[in-house]
Ligand binder design. Structure first.
Ligand code: DO4
Ligand code: MG
Length: 278
């Protein structure tokens, strides 16, 4: 079952049938005692809505913070060790990859999150920028996984590579994050065969394509969620990005106009364009 946030309010989709979710705030949905059961009851008793496709999609977020996990894939560890070797930071990435405690960092508030189909940004003071395609968990106020969405953790590799202490600047800025197109409402773990695909299209041609699967992820989503909620409360729930396993070659940097397509099969495809510079 998929939950969409649109400018006409939320819609739920099951087996190709879209139903309007009656007037209830997004925060109330995220903190519902049993979201899956609540939405199933709506689908069972409502007439299908015919106005879903005319409703522009919004990122599935209201008063949730977005956090992110780092170095959860070997590919991310290697790329970061390489980019920070002149700064002497490489060792930290190797250590965090094998440590018991994961790397978790604050990523965005809703105001910094781009809607599906809208612009993401590269920083004006960055020279090496990439998207990071990440399975993103939706956690309720108790820290339980209640759904999954597709996330893009836009990153400035030159800024992080210059000094790992610049991580917040490399990661947190306006439109540095995109979420959507919907939330797959499920508390079941996704199969390890679940693929995450990234495609970057420039001037109509594929400039980069790559992918990974959840089998490559070093950490379990539930463990990442447990660490995030340790001594930290999220009364409206939270999003937790689970890290990237897809890193374009070092010669690649994003340009204005690039179209970024991230597909995680059971959820859908999140598409965003890089905004003009300035
Ligand atoms: O360690 C810095 C950030 C890592 C990250 O964003 C990732 O691995 O996805
Ligand atoms: Mg990331």
């Amino acid at each position: 079952m998929k939950l969409y946030r649109t400018s006409n309010g939320p819609y739920v989709e099951q087996h190709g049938r879209f139903c309007r979710v009656p007037e209830i705030s997004w925060d109330a949905l995220v903190t519902h005692e049993d979201l899956h059961a609540y939405l199933s009851a709506i689908v069972a008793k409502s007439d299908p809505a015919d106005d879903f496709s005319s409703a522009p999609l919004l990122a599935p977020i209201a008063n949730q913070e977005v956090w992110a996990s780092g170095v959860t894939y070997y590919r991310s560890r290697s790329a970061r060790m390489e980019e920070s070797k002149d700064a002497g930071g490489g060792d930290f990435y190797d250590r965090v990859y094998s440590a018991e405690r994961p790397e978790l960092f604050f990523k965005a508030t809703a105001s910094r999150v781009a809607d599906p189909g809208s612009f993401v940004r590269i920083r004006s003071d960055a020279s090496w920028s990439v998207p990071e395609p990440e399975l993103t968990l939706l956690l309720n106020h108790r820290g339980l996984i209640i759904g999954y969405t597709v996330g893009n953790d836009m990153s400035s590799r030159d800024i992080e590579g210059e000094n790992p202490l610049y991580l917040p600047q490399a990661k947190v800025y306006d439109r540095s994050c995109a979420l959507g197109p919907c939330v797959l409402v499920s508390s079941e773990a996704l199969p390890s065969s679940t693929s995450i695909q990234l495609e970057i299209v420039r001037s109509g041609k594929i400039e980069f394509a790559g992918g990974t699967t959840l089998a490559e992820m070093k950490r379990k989503p539930a463990t990442l969620a447990e660490y995030l909620f340790r001594d930290n409360s999220f009364p409206n729930g939270a999003f937790l990005m689970t890290g990237t396993g897809v890193v374009p070659p070092d010669s690649f940097t994003l340009e204005a106009g690039d179209r970024i397509r991230i597909t995680i099969e059971p959820i859908g495809t999140l598409v965003n364009e890089v905004a003009p510079r300035g």
